[in-house]
Structure formats: C-alpha cells, structure tokens
Design a protein around this ligand. Structure first.
Ligand code: MN3
Length: 223
C-alpha cells in the first residue's frame, strides 16, 4: 500500500461550477471544490504518506479500513486528527458532488424506484423524510453533515436511517453503513449566498438532490 497515497486525488466536478445555480451559486462551488476539497485532499495524501513511511501497520488494510472508527481510534494521537478530518473531508466531498445534479436535469424531484418506495415505507412520505433529514442538518451544532444511510444491521426492513455527524465524520467510519445521500452543512457550503440562513440552503438543496444516483447506491448496497 506504499503508493496508495497517489490515489488520493481531487476529482473533477461532474458538472460546471455554475450548473447548480441559482440553488448553489457558482462562487460557492468554486471555493468549495477548488480550495476546501482540494485542501482536504492534499492534506490527507500527506498524512497517508506519513503513515506509510512511519506507521505502516496502520495502513496495511488500505484507505477504507484506515477511515473506520476503530482504526482511527488506534492511531497515534499526533496523527489522528489530520487523518480523521482530512480523510473524511476527502471522502465526504467526493460523494457530495455526485449527490447533486442540475435542477431539472438529474436534480430535484422525488426519488422513485426501490429507494423511493423504501423512503415512503420508512418515513411515511417523501415530505416527512425531507423534514427529518432537514432537521438533522439544521440542528447539527457547528460544522458537519446530514446523512441518509443504508445499514442492513439496523433491524428495520428498509435499512434506512437519517442522522448527522460533526466535522468531517461520516458513514465511512462504520463498515456496516453505505451513504445514500449526504448534505454538507458547514458554513463554507452556503455562507456566501445564504449567510446564516442554513435552513434556506437545506430547502434549496432539494432542487438539486440527485435521486438517480441515490437510488443506484441503495440498490447496489442491498445486493
Ligand atoms: Mn464542505
């Protein structure tokens, strides 16, 4: 795994910076991708290389295993923060760009297929799901993420669950979980356009949520 840090690269956005206007503005997308995501990426690559060079046993299982909660807890104190925060930032944002698509062109509307049915079964209706998910994001104190995840060990029929995480923690820390939909609620994700009005940003997100991608992830995770 000595070379695996070379796989830690910044992915291109799957659309133009302006593609999510007016819901997510161009300036925010540029800053968010080109500076924030790029920063997590380069810092995680450096932290990973440092582990390879100096703490090789911790990276023997590769990147995914390293980012599990138990593996992070086992890291030396002086490297844990850099790995947890930047590794999480790299993974979460890579997922996040694909969680969105231009409104009316892959973004917005309601989930259909297996995921659409499961959301109705678990939450009662799509509107009720949006409320639960939106509340998770709105009430997350400080910086973090709202998530819809699939976890077959939950014991419910759909395996679906909504929750939030602080900072750059996320479903990647739990080997049983697959992220279906994630929403970045850090101020850097919305402050230029929405200032302190996080609930407005969350409401706007539904116009660009990529349900085709989410349904694909759910269907694949259930296999
Ligand atoms: Mn972010």
């Amino acid at each position: 795994m000595a070379d695996e840090h070379k796989n830690i690269t910044l992915p291109d956005l799957p659309y133009d910076y302006a593609a999510l206007e007016p819901h997510i503005d161009t300036a925010t997308m540029k800053l968010h991708h080109d500076f924030h995501h790029k920063g997590y990426t380069s810092k995680f690559a450096a932290a990973y290389k440092n582990l390879c060079d100096n703490h090789a046993a911790h990276v023997a299982g590769g990147i995914s295993k390293l980012l599990l909660a138990d593996s992070l807890a086992a890291l030396p104190d002086k490297v844990r923060g850099a790995v947890q925060n930047n590794g999480g930032g790299w993974v979460n944002h890579t997922l996040f760009w694909n969680n969105m698509a231009p409104a009316g062109n892959g973004g917005g509307g309601e989930p259909d297929g297996e995921l659409g049915a499961a959301i109705k079964e678990e939450f009662g209706s799509f509107d009720e799901f949006k409320k639960v998910f939106g509340d998770a994001g709105a009430t997350r104190f400080g910086s973090g993420w709202a998530w819809l995840v699939y976890n077959p060990k939950l014991g419910n029929k759909t395996g679906l669950k909504v929750y939030s995480t602080p900072n750059q923690d996320g479903p990647h820390m739990n080997a049983d979980e697959t992220p279906i939909l994630g929403l970045d609620v850090w101020e850097h994700a919305y402050y230029l356009k929405y200032q302190n009005r996080r609930p407005e940003y969350i409401a706007a997100f539904w116009n660009v949520a990529n349900w085709g991608e989410a349904n694909k992830r759910y269907t694949a995770a259930k296999q």
